[in-house]
Design a protein around this ligand. Structure first.
Ligand SMILES: [Zn+2]
Length: 296
């Protein structure tokens, strides 16, 4: 995409964003989500008042919500019903891109490369206009509105990740940023050997978009609930240096509070190597993440 195109693209996007915002604040349907057999309805008024609170920039992290991060709450914010189909379409296309480029390389590809791959591989298929608008909407939407209070670290969706700034970590399918992240991980590896592994390193904007939308999809469109477990795109410290570690052969439990019960976690903590980004009851609206190492 040329610079001019990018600008036009973003102008179009901003118009769409405003329209989408009105859409979100005016329509009821997005506020309904099915949880089992129950339909939860939240009045547009609730959405408006939480939006007003967000615009007032008054951080009001609800600790009850972050402790029960995987629960639907009455005033959670959902994507609209009409956007749920787009959400599925985008998610499936990302899956097809992963099949083409592989999960490892997927961590590094930027937005324009993603669109290009979709164009070049018939088995992926071009992103329809509404899918691109949706991705931009998700990226540029103010995450505070749905309850995520962390800073936005990457402010443009098409930011490029320099391949020279990262290094593939042997024995893993992950990259780390050269410099501090590599050093911190090196120290951990030296002391813990193969007992501790790198479970998630560098994530470009596109990978974060994918992971966030995967969570939103699994949360039946609930943006608030998704953001209690994973930073929205642009807000993840995996995009600037942080990484996740786990106990070898501990599987998905490495991403649960069970990790904090392991000897590996205790040892790393004693050594002072686990500088946790999201401790218990952090002010960002994110659940306790004992596995996420703060580097930056
Ligand atoms: Zn993490």
């Amino acid at each position: 995409m040329t610079k001019k195109n990018v600008k036009e693209h973003h102008d179009v996007y901003h118009t769409e964003l405003n329209n989408n915002m009105n859409d979100i604040l005016n329509r009821r349907q997005f506020l309904k989500a099915s949880i089992g057999a129950t339909l939860i309805g939240v009045s547009p008024f609730t959405a408006l008042s939480s939006h007003a609170a967000a615009l007032g920039m008054e951080a009001k992290v609800d600790l009850q919500k972050t402790r029960l991060f995987d629960t639907h709450f009455d005033d959670d914010i959902f994507v609209t019903e009409s956007n749920k189909a787009v959400l599925s379409s985008v998610y499936e296309r990302f899956r097809r891109i992963i099949n083409v480029v592989g999960y490892t390389r997927f961590a590094l590809i930027d937005f324009d490369e993603t669109l290009k791959i979709a164009r070049n591989y018939p088995q992926v298929g071009v992103f329809p206009k509404e899918d691109i608008a949706f991705l931009e909407f998700i990226f540029y939407f103010d995450a505070k509105v749905y309850g995520f209070w962390g800073d936005k670290l990457l402010t443009e969706i098409d930011v490029n990740l320099s391949r020279k700034s990262v290094k593939k970590i042997s024995g893993t399918a992950q990259y780390l940023f050269r410099g501090e992240a590599e050093k911190v991980y090196g120290k951990i590896h030296k002391v813990m050997g193969n007992r501790v592994i790198l479970t998630s390193g560098v994530r470009g904007v596109v990978k974060q978009l994918y992971l966030f939308l995967k969570k939103v999809r699994g949360s039946k469109g609930n943006l608030s609930m998704a953001s209690r477990s994973i930073a929205p795109p642009g807000h993840s410290f995996h995009g600037v240096g942080d990484f996740d570690v786990g106990k070898t052969d501990f599987g998905y439990r490495n991403f649960t509070s069970s990790f904090a019960q392991t000897d590996e976690y205790k040892r790393l903590t004693e050594l002072g190597y686990l500088n946790i980004r999201y401790p218990k009851d952090n002010p960002f609206g994110v659940r306790f993440e004992p596995w996420h190492v703060k580097v930056v």
